[in-house]
Design a protein around this ligand. Structure first.
Ligand code: HEC
Ligand code: HEC
Length: 326
């Protein structure tokens, strides 16, 4: 209660935004080694981590396509559709809670979910995941190199390796970041105008901070907001109220239609938009947001300017080569 009051107070203040740090945060005392990252990348791409060897993390979070699958809702094993749109894995390392409803805290906790989600990778339980990896002899040396010789293949280590690989999937070099760091030519005039409009109309009351997902908070604390806040014709048109949001995870009535404020980094690469992937274009997503969260009808030019600004949040990434898996 106190926390939600505190958070709604926060939302009335504007926190501004800033360039992304060049390294992802790590928990105190935590280390991240090249051997762990290399192993994590293999596991991330390995379809054998799913029940019928057809789906990997990469299937739904393609690191060469903005970290998403481009579908309204994701397709898991046996072509089953899940209930929600896949968010990007890029910069997820900067989030203090994971998933649209913030139901997990860390990347490690998150990574364990899809493996045993019947609609995603479909393994029976984590024991089955570990047994399957142990049955592939070529993995053992990689686990030993990453985690030492004593009981190296565990679900904790699988999750840790994948999470550390994800901590390398960050984009601190977008035109916006270069602009923030002093290269005033990095952004177009239109994008700069859009950035000002983004602040003036109040988008930053929610999309602030280095990840445009809210003010800095400790890991485990999410920045949640009601969506939609204002009723309007888009709500019915795009079915935004069908999913109860955070309530689905907590069953607490105050969490109905509460959603974690998502990052806007790389947003131009991650259509379609919103938790249900119902909106195809970024222009429309901006109009929906202004109407639903601020009760504002933006002018055409304002929408164009904001979209130009949002495009400046796309980072350059090198093409990721599929790793050789054991
Ligand atoms: C079948 C498609 C699918 C597979 C396979 C899958 N994911 Fe996801 N992922 C999703 C969807 C959909 C969500 C959002 C679900 C929600 O919020 O309820 C998600 C959420 C996430 C998030 C949270 C991002 C955020 O903004 O909160 C991360 C990180 C992530 N997945 C990483 C992984 C990793 C690592 C794997 C492999 C172990 C994986 N995913 C496998 C579809 C998939
Ligand atoms: C009161 C808080 C709030 C304000 C103000 C706000 N947003 Fe959002 N925004 C959210 C939440 C929460 C979501 C996630 C909604 C969902 O899909 O469930 C979101 C989602 C989005 C998305 C889609 C993200 C994705 O990955 O699909 C875009 C784009 C966006 N906002 C842009 C904006 C812009 C531009 C403005 C200003 C015109 C704005 N937002 C104002 C809270 C806010």
């Amino acid at each position: 209660m106190v926390l939600s009051l505190f958070l709604s107070l926060l939302s009335t203040l504007s926190y501004g935004f800033d360039a992304l740090p060049k390294k992802a945060p790590l928990a105190a005392g935590e280390k991240m080694t090249p051997a762990q990252i290399e192993l994590g990348k293999m596991l991330y791409f390995d379809k054998r981590l799913s029940k019928n060897n057809t789906v990997s993390c990469q299937t739904c979070h393609d690191v060469n396509k903005g970290g998403v699958d481009g579908l309204p809702v994701s397709k898991g094993i046996h072509g089953q559709l899940g209930p929600r749109n896949a968010p990007t894995v890029y910069n997820a390392a900067f989030l203090t809670t994971q998933f649209w409803d913030g139901r997990e805290n860390t990347l490690e906790d998150q990574a364990k979910g899809p493996l045993i989600n019947p609609k995603e990778m479909g393994m029976k339980d984590h024991d089955e995941v570990v047994a399957k990896i142990k049955s592939i002899p070529g993995y053992l040396p990689y686990f030993e190199k990453a985690f030492g010789k004593e009981n190296p293949i565990t679900i904790e280590h699988v999750a840790k390796a994948i999470a550390h690989y994800e901590r390398t999937l960050i984009t601190p070099n977008s035109p916006f970041d270069r602009y923030q760091r002093g290269d005033k030519k990095a952004m177009s005039k239109r994008a700069i105008r859009g950035m000002k409009t983004f602040e003036q109309v109040g988008c930053t009351s929610c999309h602030s901070g280095v990840n445009f997902s809210g003010p800095p908070l400790p890991v485990g604390t999410g920045f949640f907001m009601r969506f939609p806040t204002f009723d309007n014709p888009y709500v019915e048109k795009y079915g935004f109220k069908k999913d109860l949001g955070r309530f689905e995870a907590t069953k607490n009535p105050v969490d109905k239609h509460m959603w974690r404020v998502p990052t806007l980094r790389n947003i131009a690469l991650t259509a379609p938009y919103f938790h249900n992937g119902a909106v195809k274009s970024l222009d429309e997503a901006v109009r929906v947001m202004a109407k639903s969260q601020l009760n504002v009808d933006l002018k055409k030019k304002q929408v164009k300017d904001i979209v130009a600004f949002l495009k400046s949040l796309s980072g350059k990434t090198k093409k990721v080569k599929e790793p050789k898996i054991p």
